[in-house]
Write a protein that binds this ligand. Sequence first.
Ligand code: PMP
Length: 442
Amino acid sequence: MSSTDHITRQPVPTTDNGHADAAAAVPEAGKTITNHRVDTTFDKFHDRYSTRSLGLKTSPVRALFAVANRPEVVSLAGGMPNIADLPLDIVSESLTELVDTRGAVVMQYGSGQGEPEIREHICEVMAVEGLVADPDHVTVTCGSQQGLDLVTRIFCDPGDVIMAESPAYVGALNTFASYQTEVIHVDMDDSGLVPESLREKVTVARQDGRSVKFLYTVPNHSNPSGISQSTERRREILAVANELDLLVVEDNPYGLLNLDGDPLPTLKSMDPDNVVYLGSFSKTFAPGFRVGWVLSPPFVRDKLVLAQESATLCPPVFSQFAVSSYLAHWDWRAQVDSFINMYRTRRDTMLASLAETMPEGTTWSRPSGGFFVWLTMPGTIDSAAMLPRAVTKLVAYTPGTAFYADGRGQRNIRLSFCYPTPERIKIGVERLAGVVREELDI
Ligand code: PMP
């Protein structure tokens, strides 16, 4: 994860869920995957799209995701939460009751800020991580992905700079690109973002006359690196951000999925006035409801609500009540504990299989939570070029370049342990190790 100040625009995958468009053939082994090109000959509007829309790139690996979803392929590529354990009968009962008793309310338009009831529940959820919040400072969003979109929309103009982790969540990079901003990656080590790198890169960017709008970070079990910031590191990062008068955007979808211990303090709880916090029910309940939130100081909240109203009028009312009802009527914390046990077994299986099978010189992160392991391969192996060959050997992953805005990550791979069974993870890692060995000719 070395540093660079070089800023370029790269196509980034637009999805993180492993879904595919349609069946596609496996690209010929040995061929590099080039960006998916759309034939615009018959699009009579082809010359009218906004410059901003040109920043929305098709995933260079999307065609492979279609293949990766075939049952014979072990996909370690997507980031779909494993919700097989959810009590669907309870959810079904509470949805029926909602329609029967409050149908006229839950199917009506609602507040642009989000319904008061869910905002209260959101504060109870954040309190589990030690974050004390006022429901009036919460704006409900359509997943934390929309939180990212709204925050970028209210703060950024084209050409503005956003500081981000290296590597950084692909969905955030895509949102930032869609607002024509430029990302400068901050170095990371095993304890997370390196404060000195943040100071240096912001200072250089400002000396170059750039407007640096915020730092984007996932302090807990980051996607894709799996790294968590130590408490001391959190303090140092916040101190540097304050010294630089830099807003911090904390994205925390995996904060309650600690596989090895208690949650660490959120950045927001450590510096309430200078942090905008993004949360989500996608990993602790279910992503299909698309309920997330932003916790922000009141002036920022006002802007977010205006942006939300212009984007959607209001976040989905039915979903908000559905999530409220689940939280009120089900022991959701016990459910999160059950998710944690399931993910821990999968994480442990992946780490043990990597240790058993990967050739010497390969290194990987050891996440204490979340969904992902970040692998660095030896030599000059190009993970994007290797992917078609891996798929022919019936294993898929996400190449590291997806997680950088500046073209780095060629020797890296993101492996997810959230979805496949432990048995499939073991088989997938064995197959991957075989492919890496072939690349190395050993
Ligand atoms: N941030 C991060 C770091 C993520 O990994 C994801 C989902 N993959 C999101 C935000 C978006 O999640 P959602 O919109 O489902 O809340």
